[in-house]
Design a protein around this ligand. Sequence first.
Ligand SMILES: Nc1ncnc2c1ncn2[C@@H]1O[C@H](COP(=O)(O)OP(=O)(O)OP(=O)(O)O)[C@@H](O)[C@H]1O
Length: 771
Amino acid sequence: MRAGRELSNQETRAERELHEEQEFVDRLHERVDHLRGATAEELAEALGPVGNAAQARLERDVRVTERSGLLAALNAVGSSLCFGRIDLAESEGGGHHHIGRLGVRADDPELTPLLVDWRAPVARPFYLATGHTPMGLRRRRHLTTGGADGREVTALHDEHLDLADRERTGHEDHSGDDVLLSALGAARTGRMGDIVRTIQAEQDRIIRAPHRGVLVVEGGPGTGKTAVALHRAAYLLYEHRELLARRAVLIVGPNPAFLGYIGEVLPALGETGVLLATQGELFPGVHATAAESDHAAQVKGRAAMADVLARALADRQRLPEPVIDIEHDGAVVELDEALVAPVREKTRALGLPHNAAREHFEGHLLNVLTEQVADRLGADPFGGPNLLDASDITQIRDDLGDNPEVWSAMDELWPVLTPQGFLADYLTEPGHLSEEDAAAIRRAPRRAQEWTPADVPLLDEAAELLGEDDRGRLAAEEADRLERIAYAQGVLDASYASRTYEFEDKEELDGDASEVLAAHDIVDAERMAERHEEADHRTAAERAAADRTWAFGHIIVDEAQELSPMAWRLLMRRCPTRSLTLVGDPAQTAREAGAGSWDEILAPYVDDRWEHTRLGVNYRTPAEIMEVAAAVPRVAHPDFHPPESVRSTGVRPWARAAADLPAALTGAVAAELPEEGRLAVIAPRELHGALAPALREWLPDVRAGEGPDLTRQVVLLDPRGAKGLEFDVVLVVEPGRYEASDLYVALTRATQRLGVLHSEPLPAALEGALG
Ligand SMILES: Nc1ncnc2c1ncn2[C@@H]1O[C@H](COP(=O)(O)OP(=O)(O)OP(=O)(O)O)[C@@H](O)[C@H]1O
């Protein structure tokens, strides 16, 4: 009887708790809805016309940026606006805080905090507190919301961190671990989601690590490296908003499909100040997607290429072979090696980039040509000093400067080059390399500008070596400025013409009218022209994408060990403050183009001043699959330890030998396709053509070699393209053809089930390991 009453009291308490949280969540959404409307209105107002004063325009720009950021955050809240609550111990003053995706204050005079942003220091114990170290907490609560609009509180999970606390809420049956496990076991959508509800302590420490310096995060497959890197970006943007909103954060990922996969995480967290890019997109104006051999990419990635390009450029600073004849003033002026070599040396000695030095080359060359002409014209037949005076010499120099033959000689000897033009020329005839390496990267002239990702660091290197001959740009800017002044002058003249009329008109009505119009007198055309310059409303990330010399506030590199030494040179140029987070796993790295150990990568830039940290728990791959996959790196490293899987499913991975692979694949996909979620077929690229018809039922329009659409229920990938991705079910085809690191990647992509299909022998590591 007594037990029965207690039980019903518990039920009542549990219901009351749920009801109270529902009321709170309703109030919260109401407040956010109101804020959203008000912010949208403020933004519309800010985007409206403002006066011409520079101050007003500046203030408007700041307001627009702020309001747009806030609106993006408010629009992003989606369903789990509030997902946690922490109750403080009596010793900490009691009370509680709700934790959510963004900070929200009540509409009262004190602006009482309603919801604490997950990134705020107050929220930290939500992620870190344990029974052993409660961090001042009495209780931690996970709120799960759902329903049609995502606003219904569907479950609470309470953990008591003070073990002496006997109070029960009726929601203690499941712990925070169940919330994590249900997130991990959920069907995949083809897009990565955020993990703010369930960030684990080891991950939280990395996410909130100080932003200065280089932080290296290593961890096996599925340890949350990518998730952590993205949440770190969100955290840094929150913590250092002022700096990073201006300088933007760059996230570099291994391929476009991967960027598509992770692309929604930061916007869902309300952050827009981030540029996501692959290596192939890091040179503005170039979209480098052409393919090439591993050998070619490896040659291009070597650090020595910086020197090779510098030498190739020096080759373009030519000497006459043997002479260039210039017709001038009825005679021939001879440009030979003896004359040009000292000019070239003098110009090189300035240490300027090639294009920037061109102006000096022109000056020096004109001087020696002038001397030659003056020697001839002013020679005293009786052997005395030259008969020409200073003005004659100036005249000769000016005349030479007007002679097109002089300019074409200059273009031959010291041409102004673009990075694209220079590199394309180099690749059609690669010098300063062994014959074998040159053959690997040589390109037919008609394909010379089909850029590959490995070309991008070379283009950037070339741009550095070339510098800018900015005379053209400056002249264009000056012409533009003059045009604006002329326009402004026209406007002023027009308003002056109407002035008398308006003035008279107004004066009759208003004695102050002369004051208003007097403003005209102090605005000259030049200042008015300045005011007509376009306001730049692009975000910092958008401006950064278009600017090769942009210095980012922070750079995050996923799969960082894939990058070549030349790619590191490019990235370090984009990050002069050396504020970087590098994420990678050596066991998943194809070493061909990679830069080797972290020490080797980083020593040239930061010496040994970098921090290393590891993630050790696998949140993706069930233990059964991990056991099979770990055998692959163990072949070369017998003491290899994979990260520990947080889950097991009880389902063993299987292997099936089949003479007719396409038929076997069709059968396997039909049998394994999850009701909800995604299935990936990972197969060597050369088999895609033969396998695509077998997938027609699910992928009717797929063509071999196409970028995958990860939101389809079935996806066809090669092992490199599978990097960083995950699927509910994975079928690996012909694993005997993969390199070990690629095979390890392919085998660790599944969150639920793994199957292997082969017609050729299995690699030794998999033999006997599969059911
Ligand atoms: N704390 C967490 N809560 C919920 N899900 C998590 C958590 N940590 C990681 N995950 C999930 O685990 C999966 C693997 O994470 P992620 O892709 O970041 O791992 P990774 O280390 O980058 O893997 P890989 O090196 O294999 O690409 C993702 O689905 C991610 O959302």
